[in-house]
Design a protein around this ligand. Structure first.
Ligand SMILES: Nc1ncnc2c1ncn2[C@@H]1O[C@H](C[S@+](CC[C@H]([NH3+])C(=O)[O-])CC(=O)[O-])[C@@H](O)[C@H]1O
Length: 322
């Protein structure tokens, strides 16, 4: 895989000192075709027609390029078919020349809950851990970010990002198909770090919080969004087995517990800015993600509980500084 645009751009940014270690860590992604589905996904990408949109919108619910009237029905069908080849689409929505990608998640709703409470993103250098398809990376750019970097080990999500970039065009917005553990330690160079929907997947929440802290420059801001339970300081749910059918959920603290954890690893100005229950309107099956979704993971007799009998998903957004 070719990361030359990324490295060229880095040389003029706070990431410059990290180019060599990043290059080493990305080296084994030069040949992604070891992945069984790579050829099929690449064929879908190759089917995307070359079109230049008259406008691009990064600061509205559906990240968009071009309008339906800018291409004929046959071309639109070709776009739809190619994008469908990258099913399942989880994070969005997007609109490409009138092809509306109605993703499993209304990621725009999460964005609307977060954005009023954080430092303005204009001119900032931003890292998004677990960025999925990159939907929020584009929204950050829409807020005027100087550079946004997303990391997510899913190759499919990287290829979905490339499909969107194909129409939106090149911006200082980069998607790296690596996990947080493949970033150099203690980069201390980002103005804002986002970790949304990741902490509960980590076996060691403290190590994750310390890694996030050490990615930020002094005075930088962390935006942490994660599953929580209703409860007092000291309470944490460690699901026995699955949580809402997910096998990789480890720690779900109460908000006061999470705030305590963050103080313990020396975050400052820690505050909870939002707590919202995840509904089956925000996360649901669609044509673009036709597998099971939240409604199937809740108890049919009591949708306030998961299938396993745990409290249904409740998510908090915590903002803090280093
Ligand atoms: N080691 C890892 N390092 C980085 N990312 C990882 C790792 N392991 C898994 N992921 C990625 O973390 C993301 C978690 S989803 C949140 C998406 C977005 N942030 C959202 O808030 O909508 C959870 C949810 O559905 O809310 C997935 O895209 C994984 O591939």
């Amino acid at each position: 895989m070719d990361f030359s645009d990324f490295f060229r751009h880095c040389s003029d940014t706070p990431l410059a000192p990290w180019i060599t270690p990043l290059r080493q860590n990305l080296q084994h992604y030069v040949v992604p075709d070891r992945h069984g589905d790579y050829a099929r996904w690449q064929a879908a990408l190759d089917q995307l027609p070359d079109l230049t949109p008259s406008s691009v919108a990064l600061n509205q619910a559906a990240v968009s390029a071009g309008a339906a009237g800018e291409c004929d029905a046959q071309t639109r069908q070709q776009i739809e078919q190619a994008l469908m080849g990258l099913h399942p689409w989880r994070k969005g929505p997007f609109d490409m020349f009138g092809v509306h990608i109605d993703t499993e998640w209304h990621s725009d709703w999460k964005w609307d809950r977060v954005i009023p409470h954080i430092q303005p993103l204009k001119n900032r250098t931003i890292l998004d851990i677990g960025c999925g398809s990159g939907y929020h990376l584009w929204r950050m750019r829409g807020e005027g970010a100087a550079m946004t970097v997303g990391v997510d080990p899913s190759l499919l999500f990287n290829m979905q990002f490339k499909a969107i970039e194909h129409f939106i065009g090149k911006h200082p917005v980069f998607h790296l198909p690596i996990g947080i553990e493949q970033l150099p330690k203690a980069m201390r160079c980002f103005d804002t770090v986002f970790s949304m929907g990741v902490l509960y997947h980590r076996r060691s929440p403290f190590d994750h919080l310390i890694e996030l802290r050490d990615l930020l420059r002094p005075g930088g801001e962390l935006v942490l969004e994660t599953l929580v339970i209703d409860g007092d300081a000291g309470q944490t749910l460690v699901p026995d087995g699955r949580y809402a059918r997910m096998g990789n959920v480890w720690f779900i603290p109460s908000v006061p517990t999470l705030i305590q954890w963050m103080h313990k690893v020396r975050f400052k100005q820690v505050r909870c800015v939002d707590v919202s229950a995840t509904t089956t309107k925000e996360q649901r099956s669609t044509r673009w993600m036709n597998f099971q979704s939240l409604a199937d993971f809740l108890d049919p007799d009591d949708p306030t509980k998961t299938r396993e009998g745990y409290p249904g998903p409740l998510r908090a957004t915590i903002v803090a500084e280093v």
